[in-house]
Structure formats: structure tokens, C-alpha cells
Design a protein around this ligand. Structure first.
Ligand SMILES: *[C@@H]1O[C@H](CO)[C@@H](O)[C@H](O)[C@H]1NC(C)=O
Ligand SMILES: *[C@@H]1O[C@H](CO)[C@@H](O)[C@H](O)[C@H]1NC(C)=O
Ligand SMILES: *[C@@H]1O[C@H](CO)[C@@H](O)[C@H](O)[C@H]1NC(C)=O
Ligand SMILES: *[C@@H]1O[C@H](CO)[C@@H](O)[C@H](O)[C@H]1NC(C)=O
Ligand SMILES: *[C@@H]1O[C@H](CO)[C@@H](O)[C@H](O)[C@H]1NC(C)=O
Ligand SMILES: *[C@@H]1O[C@H](CO)[C@@H](O)[C@H](O)[C@H]1NC(C)=O
Ligand SMILES: *[C@@H]1O[C@H](CO)[C@@H](O)[C@H](O)[C@H]1NC(C)=O
Ligand SMILES: *[C@@H]1O[C@H](CO)[C@@H](O)[C@H](O)[C@H]1NC(C)=O
Ligand SMILES: *[C@@H]1O[C@H](CO)[C@@H](O)[C@H](O)[C@H]1NC(C)=O
Length: 413
């Protein structure tokens, strides 16, 4: 008997997880989302060319956050980088074949990173120097691109002899994106500052990169707890993001009352250091049903940062709930419906208000953001039945959050 139920559970688990991974690469919420990298050759030089490289983020909600992007490629021949503006190569490599004038970078597979916003003005180019951050299309389209300019030597210097770089990689800094080979496209056109002259690139090639969560091999980073006005609660599922080892300072977890709690300014954004909790998630989201009026109902969402190593600048949430087509008002955040032809319009993107709560501060007193949603009840669909008032899906910064299992959802009535 118990064996039978165990194997049934196992089978269900296998079924759910296979369907989960097979739909993972295709994102129904953002079916055309991609990052396009454009190389514009703007000048030929005696031994190569000058190119402006721009990374465009065409994803609706997924952004690139601190510590920022890393762009790599492999040269087709023995090309070198003489100079670079608005970005930096991470390693010089072996330039011993040069005498006198030494290139910036002689590596066969160079890696470029962005410069910080504090870069002196005379070393900047348009769209550069944002510390590697690239906003998403919905959240801040004006900052959804990042550029640098490089002068390439030992390279072809006509459109017949130039060789296109191979094996382009985009890391953030972890994996997640796969890039297609570069394709020669129609040369870009540029409008001059006075809008009276159009110039054009000598040659342009595009590279399309797509995201797949499957490649990140990452444990979940966030979990959701549900609660309602009648005090019922479904907590974040235990071990959602990892297993807790013990109560003291262990690998990656700190008791908030311990003397080892890092103060502000403690920086190591790559590995999280979280408060010890049963779920071990760096981010916890609480969905609380606050009020149930005759014609409206109100939800509060509290996002808590439990990671001492990270301020989440430009955080965002994606929430799926059937009542979003009747959302009436949002307090404490910006909002846009994510409409799509392929899915019902039940999904919204929420993000912080600039200079108010767009930074979710590191764990501690200030590591919280609070917002509220007011929905108009649609008599045809509203029900206080178990589960209906709670979200079907929540993403934090594009990563799916672990929800309590449906049978744990609190009763509302
Ligand atoms: C990349 O995204 C843009 C904007 O959504 C879209 O127009 C373009 O077709 C996409 N490119 C590819 C190769 O999917
Ligand atoms: C650097 O390159 C030169 C040839 O260009 C080679 O002789 C030398 O061994 C290389 N040095 C290292 C450390 O790889
Ligand atoms: C190369 O340049 C020539 C003359 O400027 C032009 O006719 C030709 O179409 C270009 N070829 C490519 C592949 O851009
Ligand atoms: C492309 O890069 C990957 C990872 O760095 C490497 O494994 C692969 O061999 C490279 N392919 C080519 C053609 O350089
Ligand atoms: C190449 O990329 C640029 C920038 O994303 C885009 O405007 C252009 O349409 C792309 N060209 C092609 C042929 O996809
Ligand atoms: C906590 O775990 C660490 C490493 O896993 C271990 O060194 C330490 O002794 C443990 N502390 C207690 C109180 O169990
Ligand atoms: C978060 O921001 C605060 C205020 O700007 C700063 O003091 C702190 O060092 C930052 N924390 C991290 C982990 O970057
Ligand atoms: C969602 O909204 C868009 C734009 O408002 C509309 O074109 C589309 O048909 C809607 N989709 C559904 C399934 O209602
Ligand atoms: C809720 O939205 C749907 C779809 O937009 C609409 O048909 C319905 O009338 C709305 N209900 C209320 C109560 O506003």
C-alpha cells in the first residue's frame, strides 16, 4: 500500500519534471525574447578595422544585473585588439610578437567587460559604461543596450578579407545564454546628431543569443509564502533553495542574531550569503490577501532580501494570476501587463519606482520592499475557493520562485 503510493508519487514527479524541462527553453511569456549583438564596422584601418559592438536586450523582463555581462569570442585568424573604448579586455595575453607599439589584447579568445559609470567622460562612448547592467525592454527600454568600440589589427581590412569572429559567448557572469553564429546583415544606418545626414556602417553582422534556464544549473533563488486575512498561512516550502546545515555560520548561511552578520559594504555578489531559514532562499516573497470588499479585493506583496551579498538594483517580479485583466490599481511599484497572443492576459510585470524602491537592499533592516494590488472582482470568475486568490506563478528577476504545493494553499473563506 505505502509502496504503491510512493511509486505513484515518484511517477507523478517524473512526469511533472519532464514536461517542465521540455518547455523550459521556450518562454511562453516572452516568445521572441533574445539578446542581439551587433558588430558595425565603421572604418577600415591599414591593418584592420574599427567596430562598434552593441548588445541589445530584446527580452521583455529578463535583465542583466550586477556584476554584469562578459562577452567573449574566438578570432578566426591572429587578430589583435589595438584599443578599446567603453569596455575593457580582461586579459592582455601574449603580445611578445609585437615590438614598440603593443596591442591592448593578443588573446585568441578575448573577453570584454563593461566599464563603470565613473569612467572619465573622454573615455566613454554612447551607451557604454553601466557597470555591465542591461535593463529589460519593459522595465527601462532606454537602458536596454550596451556598447563598446574596438580597433582590430592583424585583420582583414576590406569587406572581402575581413573574418568574422567565431564562438561568441555571453555570460552574466554565469551561463544561461547560447549564441548563434554571426550573420552578415544589411549595414546599419546612423542618423547624425542634427538629424540631417544618414551615414552607414561599412559592414554589419548580427549574433542572436537566447536564454535557457536549463543551462544555468542553478538552484531556485526565491520562494513564496501565502497568507490571508483570516491568518491562514502556507509558508515557503522547506529546502526550496537549499538545505540548511546547522544554526551557526556554515557554508553560505548566517544566523541573523550571530556576531558574524556582515555589515553593509560587505561585497561578494557572486556567491550569496543568506540568513539561515528553513527554505534557505536569498529572496522570499509573501503574497498576503489583505482585504475582501464587495467589489474589490486587495493583496499585499512583501519581498524580503535574505542575502547579505547583494543589493538587487532594478528588481522585478512577474506574477501570473487570472484576475490580472481586472487589476485596478498598484501601490508602491510600476506595472505593465505582459500581453501575448499565445497565452491569456493574466500576467503582469511589477518593478520598483526609481529613487524610491528600485533597489532591494541587502539582508537586514532595509532589505524589504512592499507593494499592494487592488483588483476588481469579476463575478463570473471570482471565487473564494481554495487557491484561486493566490498566484499561479511568480518570477523574481526572471527566475521562477518555488510556491507552496497546491494542497497547502490556505483557505480564504
Ligand atoms: C530577436 O528579438 C527581436 C525583438 O523581439 C525580434 O524582432 C527578432 O526577430 C528576434 N531575432 C531572432 C533571431 O529571433
Ligand atoms: C608567446 O608567443 C611567442 C611567439 O609569438 C612564443 O614564442 C612564446 O613562447 C609565447 N610565450 C608564452 C608564455 O606562451
Ligand atoms: C563590399 O563592398 C563592395 C563595394 O563597396 C560592395 O559592392 C559589396 O556588396 C560589399 N560586399 C559585402 C559582402 O558587404
Ligand atoms: C567554443 O567555446 C567553447 C567554450 O569555450 C569551446 O568548448 C569550443 O571548443 C569552442 N569552439 C570553437 C570552434 O572554438
Ligand atoms: C541586426 O540587429 C539590429 C539590432 O538589433 C537590428 O536592428 C537589425 O534589424 C538586425 N538585422 C537583421 C537582419 O536581423
Ligand atoms: C556547522 O557546520 C559546519 C560545517 O558544516 C561545522 O564545521 C560546524 O562544526 C557545525 N556547527 C555545529 C554547531 O554543528
Ligand atoms: C548596498 O547598498 C548600500 C547603500 O548604497 C551600500 O552601503 C552597501 O555596501 C551595498 N551592499 C552590497 C552588498 O553591495
Ligand atoms: C491579450 O492582449 C493582446 C493585446 O491587448 C490581444 O491582442 C490578445 O488577443 C490578448 N490575448 C488573449 C488570449 O486574450
Ligand atoms: C474583467 O476583465 C475582463 C477582460 O478584460 C472583462 O471582460 C470583464 O468585464 C472585467 N470585469 C470587471 C468586473 O471589470
Amino acid at each position: 500500500m505505502s509502496f504503491l503510493s510512493k511509486s505513484t508519487v515518484l511517477l507523478l514527479l517524473v512526469l511533472c519534471c519532464t514536461s517542465f524541462t521540455s518547455t523550459e527553453a521556450y518562454d511562453a511569456l516572452d516568445p521572441n525574447g533574445n539578446i542581439t549583438i551587433k558588430w558595425d564596422v565603421v572604418n577600415w584601418t591599414p591593418d584592420g578595422y574599427v567596430a562598434v559592438v552593441t548588445i541589445y536586450n530584446y527580452q521583455q523582463y529578463r535583465h542583466i544585473e550586477a556584476p554584469g555581462w562578459l562577452l567573449g569570442w574566438t578570432w578566426a585568424n591572429n587578430e589583435v585588439i589595438w584599443s578599446i573604448f567603453g569596455g575593457q579586455t580582461t586579459e592582455q595575453g601574449n603580445c611578445s610578437r609585437f615590438k614598440g607599439n603593443i596591442p591592448r589584447c593578443c588573446k585568441k579568445s578575448p573577453t570584454v567587460v563593461d566599464l563603470s559609470p565613473r569612467t572619465p567622460h573622454n573615455q566613454k562612448i554612447a551607451n557604454c559604461c553601466k557597470g555591465g547592467l542591461i535593463s529589460s525592454m519593459v522595465q527601462d527600454p532606454a537602458n536596454a543596450a550596451s556598447s563598446f568600440q574596438l580597433s582590430v589589427g592583424s585583420a582583414g581590412n576590406t569587406n572581402k578579407t575581413v573574418r568574422i569572429p567565431k564562438n561568441i559567448t555571453l555570460n552574466t557572469p554565469g551561463p544561461g545564454y547560447t549564441c548563434d553564429p554571426a550573420k552578415i546583415v544589411r549595414p546599419s544606418k546612423f542618423l547624425s546628431a542634427d538629424k540631417r545626414r544618414i551615414t552607414q556602417a561599412l559592414m554589419t553582422w548580427n549574433i542572436t543569443c537566447t536564454y535557457s534556464h536549463f543551462l544555468t544549473h542553478k538552484a531556485p533563488t526565491c520562494c513564496v509564502s501565502l497568507s490571508s486575512f483570516n491568518k491562514a498561512i502556507a509558508p515557503c516550502p522547506a529546502s526550496s533553495c537549499g538545505r540548511r546545515k546547522n544554526n551557526t555560520v556554515s557554508r553560505g548561511c548566517v544566523d541573523p542574531k550571530s556576531p558574524h552578520v556582515p555589515g553593509p559594504g560587505h561585497k561578494n555578489i557572486i556567491t550569496p550569503l543568506v540568513q539561515c531559514t528553513s527554505h534557505m532562499c536569498p529572496i522570499k516573497i509573501q503574497w498576503h490577501l489583505k482585504l475582501n470588499y464587495k467589489h474589490y479585493w486587495r493583496v499585499t506583496i512583501r519581498i524580503t532580501n535574505l542575502n547579505y551579498h547583494m543589493n538587487y538594483t532594478q528588481w522585478n517580479l512577474i506574477v501570473q494570476h487570472p484576475n490580472f485583466d481586472n487589476l485596478t490599481q498598484v501601490f508602491g511599484s510600476k506595472y505593465e501587463a505582459l500581453t501575448s497572443l499565445s497565452t491569456t492576459n493574466d500576467t503582469a510585470m511589477l518593478w520598483g519606482i526609481k529613487h524610491y524602491n528600485d533597489v532591494l537592499m541587502q539582508a537586514g533592516r532595509y532589505g524589504k520592499v512592499h507593494l499592494e494590488l487592488l483588483f476588481r472582482k469579476d463575478k463570473a470568475t471570482f471565487t473564494s475557493k481554495k487557491g484561486w486568490a493566490f498566484p499561479q506563478r511568480i518570477y523574481f528577476n526572471g527566475d521562477s520562485c518555488v510556491l507552496p504545493p497546491p494542497d497547502a494553499y490556505p483557505l480564504v473563506a
